[in-house]
Design a protein around this ligand. Structure first.
Ligand code: FAQ
Length: 297
């Protein structure tokens, strides 16, 4: 019966084993995972936009090739994560509709614009850096497909972080104007990057239950503190200063609820791409429905 199934499920989690798609799981566990993994997938896809806007304006062929590859990796991460979400019984089409209609979220960070080329470096260093801090522990999350996707994603994110740092290092060795551009960029991105970890623990509605289920293994504030600790010496080596860590949580909630600088633009762009791709999906479905094995004379 249900109680027995639930006890077996919790025992699997308590011995740090994985829950797999065909295993019994409580509805609320499934819903929480769909929420988190879909939000994560949407973040990767929407996250292509700020840096993507610089592909056509990269300062050299080498920088353009690097940026193009990084943005493509993000598309790949989105796809692994949509596949992981599909194992929970929701289709990618449904997930995309939920993103476009605002029923599912994506990370607050991607509602800030990339205003200068230094932002490409800062996004790699700070945004991918924060993503790694949050995601390395998720490699051991209790749901198998999510944890396995995280392993590969984290390897690629580490590479992304280094390319961002290398870009900034190159600019810091340049002119005073370039150094000022890096500092200005870091000033704008530092606080939004710290907010990626989610609200303070006291305001985090989901953490307690998600930790009991082994979905999350650390609280938002723990990971935020770990990130600050990791980043401070890197800032020093780079020669930039980090703004203080006082965060404006009203700003965070405004951005999460749709009122950030780029929320409308990000969703409008995604919706346009989804609408433009309708004919491809229809053609693929029609092709899949054809009996291509039959002899045609
Ligand atoms: N933005 O109770 P909690 C990347 C929502 S990295 C927007 O603490 P939870 C790589 C939260 O959903 C970015 N909403 O929630 C890349 C909840 O609302 P709900 C993606 C946020 O889930 C780099 C409410 O606030 N990474 O894409 C945010 O326990 C460069 C209360 O919060 C992930 O998604 C936020 N920052 O903890 C790509 C990592 N924070 O859903 C391109 C996986 C919280 O109840 C370029 N996710 N909310 O309506 C997680 O680890 C967790 O979901 C947290 C939030 C830690 C984000």
């Amino acid at each position: 019966d249900e109680a027995q199934l639930e006890a077996g499920f919790q025992a699997t989690i308590d011995r740090k084993d994985r829950i797999e798609p065909r295993d019994w799981m409580p509805d609320a566990y499934r819903r929480t995972l769909v929420r988190q993994v879909a939000q994560h997938a949407h973040s990767e896809i929407i996250g292509m936009q700020p840096e993507g806007s610089w592909i056509g304006r990269a300062p050299s062929l080498r920088r353009k090739a690097i940026l193009l590859a990084k943005v493509q990796d993000e598309a790949g991460h989105g796809l692994y994560l949509y596949s992981a979400t599909e194992t929970l019984g929701v289709s990618r089409d449904e997930l995309t509709e939920m993103l476009i209609s605002g029923r599912q979220k994506y990370s607050s960070i991607f509602n800030y614009p990339a205003l200068s080329y230094a932002d490409v470096g800062t996004i790699g260093w700070l945004v991918d850096g924060a993503a790694i801090c949050n995601q390395v522990p998720l490699c051991r999350t209790s749901f198998g497909p999510y944890g396995r996707a995280m392993i590969r994603i984290c390897k690629e994110e580490s590479f992304h972080q280094r390319q961002g740092y290398e870009l900034l290092m190159t600019m810091m060795r340049g002119t005073d104007e370039q150094r000022a551009m890096v500092q200005e960029s870091v000033n704008r991105f530092w606080k939004p990057a710290l907010m990626m970890f989610g609200p303070p623990d006291a305001e985090s509605a989901n953490t307690e239950q998600s930790m009991a289920w082994g979905i999350k293994t650390h609280t938002n504030d723990e990971l935020r503190a770990r990130f600050i600790e990791m980043t401070a010496p890197q800032a020093e080596a780079l020669g930039v200063t980090l703004p203080d860590n006082e965060l404006d949580w009203d700003e965070f909630w405004t951005v999460v609820k749709g009122g950030g600088p780029c929320n409308e633009q990000r969703i409008a762009h995604r919706k346009q791409a989804w609408d433009d791709g309708a004919w491809v999906r229809e053609a693929a479905a029609a092709f899949a429905g054809l009996d291509t094995s039959s002899p045609r004379g």
